[in-house]
Design a protein around this ligand. Structure first.
Ligand code: CP
Ligand code: NVA
Length: 336
């Protein structure tokens, strides 16, 4: 990792320190990472998402008159469509701006875009490269800003992932989640989520691709309260021992294309494949946030396995994000 990237990461991590104050539901204006979120907020969101999934018609029109902009600097299928359809089911409207129309910080400054969009919309979803950009956007926006994926975090994905595990096993407490692969945005967010729910996490990454030390240190603080355990190794077979869920993500994330050849070489022993299915506990489910690079980090056999919950995860993006939008746009925040 370059020194500049390390510095940006470390600044963002410091700013987002976990609040250990008593819980006020979704007290933070924005949803940039799960670090601002209290365990009780997560449980509230999951219960609401469950109701929304079971009886979507009961929530039709609940956000009538509300509008949201989605400002995306990277491609997206799930995040874009699940937010757009979800918001329209709630009666709100969405404007999508792609990187050509709105290159963040190029046509005009981030702070000017943030302040302008805040005059039109009730929320903004930002998908960006540097996490510092989404933080800057949120600092100047007067409406809630949702991180739709940055280089550091993908918190909306984690909402769906934890909801999927909870749906399958009826609890998150003491669930063992094994993550095999890159210490990236998806893993960072999953770690934040897991440490707030009492689930355990075993991670296997190649050396040099571990999640950031600083994130791990901070999470240990939260995990102490929830009783959740996090173990690191460089061996996928060690990580999947006693796993209830086995998770992987791409080896080359958006923006890392130049490192592709090196990464493909380094990650070869970390493929989630038939050998992993063979050694996995018999009731373990297989997870991936998608898009998958079939034949790289995961094989067809795993994606198509009857115990794959990958498309449930994709579906649950919409239910959990609808709950998130509802909570963020209808809550009564304390005046600072
Ligand atoms: N999982 C996910 O965020 O998918 P998209 O990149 O297609 O939005
Ligand atoms: N780690 C991946 C996740 C895509 C949803 C990326 O950032 O490209």
């Amino acid at each position: 990792m370059s020194e500049t990237r390390k510095k940006t990461k470390s600044k963002a991590v410091k700013k987002a320190r976990v609040s250990r104050k008593p819980s006020v539901p979704f007290e933070s204006k924005d949803f940039l990472s799960l670090r601002e979120v209290q365990p009780a907020d997560l449980e509230m969101l999951f219960k609401l998402a469950d109701k929304m999934k079971k009886a979507p018609e009961a929530f039709y029109g609940k956000l009538k008159g509300k509008s949201m902009t989605m400002l995306f600097q990277k491609p997206s299928t799930r995040t874009r469509v699940s937010f757009q359809v979800g918001m329209s089911q709630l009666g709100g409207s969405v404007v999508y701006m792609d990187p050509q129309e709105a290159p963040l910080g190029e046509r005009e400054s981030i702070k000017d875009v943030a302040r302008t969009l805040s005059r039109y919309c009730d929320a903004v979803v930002v998908r960006t490269y540097s996490h510092a950009d989404v933080e800057e956007f949120a600092r100047y926006a007067t409406v809630p800003v949702i991180n739709g994926l940055s280089d550091l975090y993908h918190p909306c994905q984690t909402l769906a992932d934890l909801f999927t595990i909870r749906e399958r096993f009826k609890t998150l407490e003491k669930m063992n989640i094994a993550y095999i692969g890159d210490g990236n945005n998806v893993l960072n967010s999953l770690l934040c989520g897991v440490s707030r729910t009492g689930a355990n996490r075993a991670i296997a990454t190649p050396r040099g691709y571990e999640p950031s030390e600083e994130i791990l240190k901070d999470l240990k603080l939260v995990a102490k309260d929830s009783g959740s355990k996090i173990t690191l190794s460089n061996n996928p077979f060690t990580a999947i021992k006693n796993a209830h869920a086995i998770y992987t993500d791409v080896w080359v994330s958006m923006g890392q294309e130049k490192q592709r050849d090196q990464r493909i070489r380094d990650f070869q022993p970390f493929q989630v494949n038939g050998a992993i299915i063979g050694k996995a506990p018999k009731d373990a489910v297989f997870m991936h946030c998608l898009p998958a690079h079939r034949g790289e980090e995961i094989t067809d056999e795993v994606i198509e396995n009857p115990r794959s919950v990958i498309f449930d995860q994709a579906e649950n993006r919409m239910h959990t994000q609808k709950a998130l939008l509802y909570l963020l746009l209808t809550r009564k925040r304390k005046q600072k």
